[in-house]
Design a protein around this ligand. Structure first.
Ligand SMILES: Cc1cc2nc3c(=O)[nH]c(=O)nc-3n(C[C@H](O)[C@H](O)[C@H](O)COP(=O)(O)OP(=O)(O)OC[C@H]3O[C@@H](n4cnc5c(N)ncnc54)[C@H](O)[C@@H]3O)c2cc1C
Length: 289
């Protein structure tokens, strides 16, 4: 089943979400997105096309706009969409009559012919439950190996997240105190994406100039290099859409400048590894070609 989301200029100022009950018994959410946008989703359409071509249809765009228009004072149309993204859900066929009734939970199956290792398959799943899913898979593995181990991820923070999330705003303020040149929106975005690891990106910088080249939005060279060196980013899409959403804030010419910069540092890394010496801190940068 294909699900699509649309992003439009921010529909309201506060930071809460809406769940809109549709007449077709589905719900549509509206969520504040990045700083200046609202995210609206999702749809549920049977995907008949190729899996290499997963994009929102006109009909889905209209459906999402119509849901908003049923409830909000301000109305939107497909022309207001600044970005959209779609993906195909692998849903477990549990015999439900229609797509919206099929469970969105994951299923784990373990098959064996009794002679070798079992084949463990994961069907469906959510980002929000991935650690639970991983523990469930490991308990299948434990069973196959005849060992026991305790789950530990329930109390282990994600990288950069070892602070009380209720004190998020204080963490942003602390980052601004440590780096007084940062704008509030920049500090907020860094803390939201990287948490305490933001300091690893900002390093010793005490001015914007010391963050390196500026690419638009509030994206600077330090962050781009960090993403390439630590989060396997290799392309403009990785940086602007997969690791950050700064694609919403860059103009076409800024995207081209970033693209040229990536080519430069990838070829620098390639030539230094040809010489047998990796660029300091760039050893994980790989050519996308
Ligand atoms: C429309 C939609 C809405 C969703 N909404 C939510 C939500 O609100 N909350 C939530 O928690 N979850 C949501 N999910 C589920 C969530 O997106 C997935 O659970 C999550 O992305 C799974 O992560 P993953 O890394 O296991 O797999 P994926 O994100 O699917 O990543 C697998 C990657 O492997 C690549 N790949 C596949 N085959 C190969 C190959 N042979 N060689 C190299 N690369 C390959 C793929 O291109 C892909 O990039 C949603 C899913 C969809 C489709």
């Amino acid at each position: 089943m294909r699900g699509s989301h649309i992003v439009v200029p921010r529909l309201y100022a506060h930071d809460r979400c809406y769940l809109l009950q549709n007449s077709d018994d589905r719900i549509v959410f509206v969520i504040p997105y990045e700083e200046n946008f609202s995210l609206i989703g999702t749809t549920d359409r049977e995907h008949q096309e190729s899996l290499n071509q997963v994009t929102i249809s006109k009909d889905e765009a209209q459906y999402l706009c119509a849901s908003v228009n049923d409830y909000f004072n301000s109305s939107i149309s497909p022309e207001d969409i600044v970005w959209s993204y779609s993906a195909v859900r692998p849903l477990f066929d549990d015999g439900s009559a229609d797509a919206k009734s099929i469970t969105r939970d994951y299923r784990i199956t373990s098959e064996t012919d009794g002679t070798g290792a079992p084949l463990i398959s994961v069907l469906g799943g959510k980002i929000t439950t991935y650690r639970k899913l991983a523990e469930d898979v490991l308990s299948e593995v434990n069973q196959a190996l005849g060992v026991t181990s305790e789950g530990w991820t329930g109390s282990s923070p994600l990288p950069g997240g070892s602070f009380d999330f209720l004190r998020f705003d204080n963490e942003v303020e602390q980052l601004k105190q440590d780096y007084p040149f940062l704008s509030h929106s920049h500090a907020h975005r860094l803390m939201r994406l990287y948490g305490s690891l933001s300091r690893g990106i900002l390093g010793d910088a005490m001015t914007y100039r010391e963050l390196g080249r500026f690419f638009g939005g509030n994206l600077y060279e330090n962050e781009v290099r960090y993403l390439m060196e630590n989060e396997w980013a290799m392309s403009v899409e990785d940086i602007l859409w997969r690791r950050t959403k700064e694609g919403l804030n860059l103009s076409d010419s800024e995207v081209r400048t970033l693209s040229d910069f990536l080519k430069e540092i990838i070829s620098e890394a390639d030539s230094s590894s040809d010489d047998g010496e990796a660029l300091a801190g760039s050893s994980t940068v790989q050519s996308a070609t």
